[in-house]
Design a binder for this molecule. Structure first.
Ligand code: NAP
Length: 414
């Protein structure tokens, strides 16, 4: 067991372990949680009641989660003087699966973002965001239910790697001089510089995870979204590496879109996942104009960031947008929204995003029934028009309820 400075692990419960790349989940897994800042505590209180009620309902007492609070963000800083204590990182490594609320980004604390730090330190290389529609939620498009995608976004590199220098800084000047002199480029002297590294290793492990997910969940296709027509050796290479990996590691289980046309009369063979690719700008049109042609999406960091928010907006916004950051050794499930500080402690905000992140977490544990039960109960609460302010805003005759009461409504509907 890891040695902790402040943290005291629970007396009961057992550890989740990883064996040959798969999770081994006991009946009483210990799961660390970070409550989050701002509206985080309100959301967590509502969410954890839903999780426990759903697990009880589905397993009738034979399984349960033993929750263990770990600190990050403002609460951690107040109690330990650190924004992201080493204890927290150790606990997530040791217990393998964790869930978190939103965290305030410290200003001038030497940490760019706690979320980015968590992803980098724990090597959580895949940001996974499912986007689906719940009937009754107001949406800006006519047929929001046609969009049902799971976006796998590379989480560790691309222009988000944080390798950048301010215009006229010593580093920027050095890089510009080198490139202009040695590589005969023509970069203006007053340019800021950012580096876009994209490796075969990181691209392939992301695409591997996306294809495996599509096969496990019997999804129809994986679309590689890239901007390779312009950025050939980064985004273009992402696409090439994706196809290469699919052909080599998933032979007989996947087929390319091109092969579907040439060899299979335009219809994918039963049980095979179709691998296709789209250029990023075109993809933003495609998800609006032909949403039901897409299923699992694998994409580099920047494209994925934009695309997941655009897709979330299409089905009704941030309050219902779950996410996760997954690596080979650990996974952290989290809401995609921030701390919404103006609603802190008002018991007002929509807990849906963290609750749906919990659904993803239960699926990750192999407890799919719990996820299905919670999603069905959320649908019923929305059908009954018992919803938080954000959903009520776009619905006729809705009964606006508090954050905790939305949790109660979901539990009643389980
Ligand atoms: P935000 O917290 O996401 O809030 C922006 C707006 O989105 C809210 O005012 C609210 O809109 C709506 N919203 C967010 N969560 C909602 C929910 N659960 N239910 C209903 N509506 C919701 O973004 P921000 O104000 O830009 O960021 C605040 C802080 O959060 C910053 O410190 C930022 O760095 C941090 N942040 C953390 C994460 C993370 O931990 N993953 C992610 C993003 C930002 P209305 O005002 O229209 O009601």
């Amino acid at each position: 067991m890891a040695k902790y400075k402040h943290l005291v692990p629970p007396q009961d419960g057992s550890k989740i372990t990883v064996k040959s790349g798969s999770l081994v989940v006991p009946n009483d897994p210990i799961i660390p949680y970070i409550e989050g800042d701002g509206t985080g505590p309100d959301i967590w209180k509502a969410s954890v009641r839903v999780f426990d009620a759903a697990v009880r309902k589905v397993f009738g007492g034979s399984k349960r989660v033993v929750w263990m609070e770990v600190l990050a963000g403002e609460k951690a800083f107040q109690r330990t003087g650190e924004w992201l204590p080493e204890d927290t990182l150790k606990a997530i490594r040791e217990y393998v699966v964790a869930i978190k609320g939103p965290l305030t980004t410290p200003v001038g604390g030497g940490i760019r973002s706690l979320n980015v730090a968590l992803r980098q330190v724990l090597d959580l290389y895949a940001c996974v965001r499912p986007v689906r529609y719940f009937q009754g939620v107001a949406s800006p498009v006519k047929e929001p239910s046609k969009l049902n995608v799971v976006i796998f976004r590379e989480n560790t590199e691309d222009v988000y790697a944080g390798i950048e220098w301010k215009a006229k800084s010593k580093e920027a000047v050095e890089v510009i001089q080198y490139l202009n002199k040695k590589r005969k480029t023509d970069i203006r002297a007053d340019s800021g510089i950012g580096i876009k590294p994209m490796s075969a290793f990181n691209s392939k492990r992301l695409v591997r995870r996306a294809i495996q997910f599509a096969l496990d969940k019997k999804r129809r296709s994986v679309t590689l979204v890239h901007k390779g027509n312009i950025m050939k050796f980064t985004e273009g290479a992402f696409k090439e590496w994706g196809y290469e990996l699919a052909a080599k590691e998933f032979k007989g289980r996947v087929v390319t879109e091109d092969e579907v046309g040439r060899k299979h009369g335009g219809k994918a063979p039963e049980g095979m996942v179709v691998i296709k690719d789209r250029i990023a700008d075109s993809m933003f049109q495609q998800v609006l104009l032909r949403p039901n042609e897409y299923d699992v999406i694998a994409t580099p960091n920047l494209n994925g960031d934009y695309l997941s928010d655009a897709c979330a907006a299409q089905v009704g916004g941030l309050g219902m947008a779950p996410g996760s950051n997954i690596g080979d050794k650990a996974a952290v499930f989290e809401a995609t929204h921030g701390t919404a500080p103006k609603y802190a402690n008002l018991d007002k905000i929509n807990p849906g995003s963290v609750i749906l992140s919990g659904c993803m977490m239960f699926e990750h544990l192999g407890w799919d029934g719990v996820s299905t039960a919670i999603q069905a109960a959320i649908s019923k609460a929305i059908d009954q028009k018992t919803v938080t302010y954000d959903l009520a805003r776009g619905m006729q005759d809705a009964r606006e309820v508090k954050c905790s009461e939305f949790g109660d409504a979901i539990i009643r509907n389980l």
